[in-house]
Design a protein around this ligand. Structure first.
Ligand SMILES: Cc1cn([C@H]2C[C@H](O)[C@@H](COP(=O)(O)OP(=O)(O)O[C@H]3O[C@@H](C)C(=O)[C@@H](O)[C@H]3O)O2)c(=O)[nH]c1=O
Length: 183
């Protein structure tokens, strides 16, 4: 597995080569030894799947507060997405910066997002399926969220955002004095 660092500390693109033969192919999608430097002792505690029907749909921006903060490894199983990370870590050199990454079925690429970053995505095609690996179990009481259209973040979604959940539409905007979260 090859990891490619981004300019947001801890946000990595994870790539694997697919071995191909007459039957099809085979690729390694997770290996705790290969990712030991990135995982820093964290282990996968939960695996989730989501299905998004319509192109343009946006889900996010989600994270969990400490002590349930988590790393996520995100992969696109069908379709194509614009995957977005926002750095919310107090004191981070890239505090409040967002970055977008395209992931698509068959690319053998995943995105690793560290604790303290919010995550969301937009479906660039119909029929998107996503696979999430989490280093903490889902803990509703620890859920944190940002609005997909928070003007302080100003994410440039590639398509007009649509189909947001009621919950995602109701996240509050960041307050003017928001100075980040601590882990
Ligand atoms: C996230 C989650 C939700 N649920 C439940 C709550 C709700 O009834 C239903 C749908 O949940 P949501 O609307 O939060 O689903 P969704 O908006 O797809 O949530 C996901 O969004 C992306 C951006 C992420 O980064 C993921 O970690 C996750 O937060 O599933 C679980 O049971 N376990 C989970 O881990």
């Amino acid at each position: 597995m090859k990891t490619i660092a981004s300019d947001i500390a801890g946000v990595l693109v994870v790539e694997t080569d697919r071995r191909r033969d007459e039957r099809g192919g085979f690729a390694r999608w997770f290996c705790d030894a290969d990712l030991a430097d990135a995982l820093q002792g964290a282990v996968i505690r939960q695996i989730n799947h989501s299905h998004t029907v319509q192109r343009g749909s946006v889900r996010g921006m989600h994270f969990q507060h400490a002590p349930h903060a988590e790393k996520k490894i995100i992969r696109c199983l069908t379709g194509k997405i614009f995957d977005v990370v926002v750095d919310l870590r107090r004191g981070s050199p890239t505090f409040l910066a967002w970055r977008g990454f395209e992931l698509e079925a068959g690319d053998d690429r995943a995105l690793l997002i560290p604790e303290g970053c919010a995550h969301g995505f937009q479906a660039l095609t119909d029929e998107v399926q996503m696979l999430y690996l989490h280093t903490a179990p889902y803990t509703p009481a620890a859920e944190g969220a940002l609005r997909f259209d928070d003007p302080r973040i100003a994410i440039a979604w590639p398509l007009p955002p649509q189909n947001l959940s009621e919950r995602d539409l109701q996240h509050p905007l960041l307050s003017a004095d928001f100075s980040g979260i601590t882990l």
